[in-house]
Design a protein around this ligand. Structure first.
Ligand code: PRP
Length: 179
C-alpha cells in the first residue's frame, strides 16, 4: 500500500487540468520559438503529459535542478548538477515543474536562463502550496493546501514519483512499511 493518507487529486482530475493547460498554452504561445524545459526530476511526468497536449512545434530540453535532496525542507541553495543546457539562446522557454513551494527553483532558473540569452522564460507549475499563493506562475494547475504530497512526479526520498494520483504523504503508513 502506498504511504498515502488521502488522495488530493486523482488521475482523472489531473488529466483534465493538463488538457486545459495544453489548450491555453497552445493558444497563447502560438508563433513563439517554443522550447519546453521539464525541471528534473519532479517535473518529468507532468511535462511528458503536458507536451502531448500542446499542439505547436516545440523542442524539449530538460534541466536538472535540486534543492531538497532527501529532506522535506528546502536547503535554500539550488544545485544544477549538469549546469544550463546549451542552445537556449533565442528560445521562448517554458519551465515545467511539479510544485511551487518556496519559489527558489523557478526564480533561480529564470535568472540563469535569461542570462543565457533566452528570449523569454515562462513558468508552468502543476501545484502551488497555500503558503506560496503570493508567488506567480504563468500557468498553474492547482492551488493545494500546505501538505507534503507525493505521486505524479512528486517524491519522498526519491520514491513514489510513479503513483498516478497525487496524495498526502503519511509518515504513519510509511513507518509501518519499514517494519
Ligand atoms: C522540488 C520540486 C520543485 C522544487 C519546488 O524539487 O520538484 O522543483 O522542489 O520547491 P521550491 O519552490 O522551494 O524551489 P527537488 O529539489 O526536491 O528536486 P527533485 O525535483 O529532483 O525532487
Amino acid at each position: 500500500m502506498p504511504p498515502i493518507s488521502e488522495i488530493l487529486l486523482d488521475r482523472v482530475a489531473i488529466r483534465r487540468r493538463v488538457e486545459e493547460l495544453g489548450v491555453q498554452i497552445s493558444r497563447e504561445l502560438a508563433g513563439s520559438n517554443l522550447c519546453v524545459m521539464p525541471v528534473l526530476d519532479g517535473g518529468m511526468i507532468f511535462a511528458a503529459d503536458l507536451v502531448r497536449e500542446i499542439h505547436l512545434p516545440l523542442a524539449i530540453t530538460p534541466i536538472k535542478a535540486s534543492s531538497y535532496g532527501e529532506a522535506t525542507i528546502s536547503s535554500g541553495t539550488l544545485s544544477l548538477p549538469f549546469g544550463i543546457p546549451e542552445g537556449i539562446s533565442g528560445k521562448d522557454l517554458l519551465l515545467v515543474d511539479d510544485i511551487l513551494d518556496t519559489g527558489l527553483t523557478l526564480n533561480v532558473l529564470k535568472d540563469r536562463l535569461m542570462e543565457s540569452r533566452a528570449v523569454s522564460v515562462r513558468t508552468c507549475v502543476l501545484l502551488r502550496k497555500e503558503s506560496s499563493r503570493h508567488l506567480p506562475a504563468d500557468y498553474l494547475g492547482f492551488d493545494i493546501p500546505d501538505r507534503f504530497v507525493v505521486g505524479y512526479g512528486l517524491d519522498h526520498a526519491g520514491l513514489y514519483r510513479n503513483l498516478p494520483d497525487i496524495g498526502v504523504f503519511s509518515t504513519a503508513v510509511d513507518d509501518k512499511l519499514q517494519q
